[in-house]
Design a protein around this ligand. Sequence first.
Ligand code: THU
Length: 143
Amino acid sequence: MEDLLQSALEARERSHAPYSRFKVGAAVRCASGRVFTGSNVESSSYGLTICAERLAICIAMHEGEQEITEIAVVADTQGAPGPCGACRQFMYDFAPKADVLMGNLKGDRRRVSVGELIPWGFGPDDLAAFGPQATPKDDTTVG
Ligand code: THU
């Protein structure tokens, strides 16, 4: 999984963080073997900022991937960087069985499962009682 961390480190260099100056990189590996990366992209309306992890996950989904197996996140933090709450929700939605490797620039590492990051989360299965239209199964496209 070190290679995935390296991909996240390289992605971090492409961060657009003029406001916080806090650069984050992420990489996701899919069951297909393909790897997609993302970095944080900040908006002048700060709350619209997209985190590195969510961008990488969105790209994987946009590329038609069905399953994300591993996620790596890199930032210049004291210890290994824990993903924000919004990204943990995205992981629960799109990569519930994934392992997450977090690393900082000093070489600190931490590896956990998505289940550990967001225990007892809200996900697609919770919408099942709401009707079949709310729970994408095989075909996740609309139309
Ligand atoms: N950020 C991420 O990209 N991922 C996280 O998990 C935590 C925060 C970004 C958002 C913002 O651009 C900057 O880090 C400071 O919060």
